[in-house]
Design a protein around this ligand. Sequence first.
Ligand SMILES: [Zn+2]
Length: 213
Amino acid sequence: MPGDVVWRVNAGLDGVVYHDVQDVSNPYELTVIVNKYNKLKESYVPPDLKSIGNVKVRAEAADAYVKMATAAAIDGIFFIPQSGYRSYSYQDQLYTNYKATDPNGADTYSARPGFSEHQTGLAIDLNIPSGGSLRNFTGTPQAKWVEEHAHEFGFIIRYTDKNTDITGYISEPWHIRFLGIEHATNMKKFGIDSYEEYKVKYIDHKEGENTES
Ligand SMILES: [Zn+2]
């Protein structure tokens, strides 16, 4: 669809991943986008990290997480934050290890350093209370609850089976990202799967007219 082409171009998705790359200019903003085309500086560390369980995320995301976990518990649903903020150097180690053992697959589930949403301090990987592989979270009552309610607390599920072609990552029902209640709710309401599409259309307002004839 041509209309689809326009927003994709405006989101930079017509470029080559990890090659046509922009430096993120607003890392402190809650609407920041980090993906395979938008890179954080090695030196970027979020200014307001706060602990939730054994991980740290930015203060607003931490407060929202506590509210969400409390509401879930009332429904008899329990989960833990398994990963939150990750530094550039830690991401480098993680990616290097995955790449060494799985050279062809690593890029579908692990971000290269500077390209991880976890470095923003706005992303959380959830797991069931017993922990282990994040894949344990998939298909659980917890995953279902989060899918239904995360937006009420300002979180989106960032990587779904519907946006793999846009994000370049496999479906990760455990990876939530704080975006604020208004935008997270809008994405749900408008049925938009990727933050890439939502940001271009409703934050940058660059959906544009179809210039192709
Ligand atoms: Zn994650």
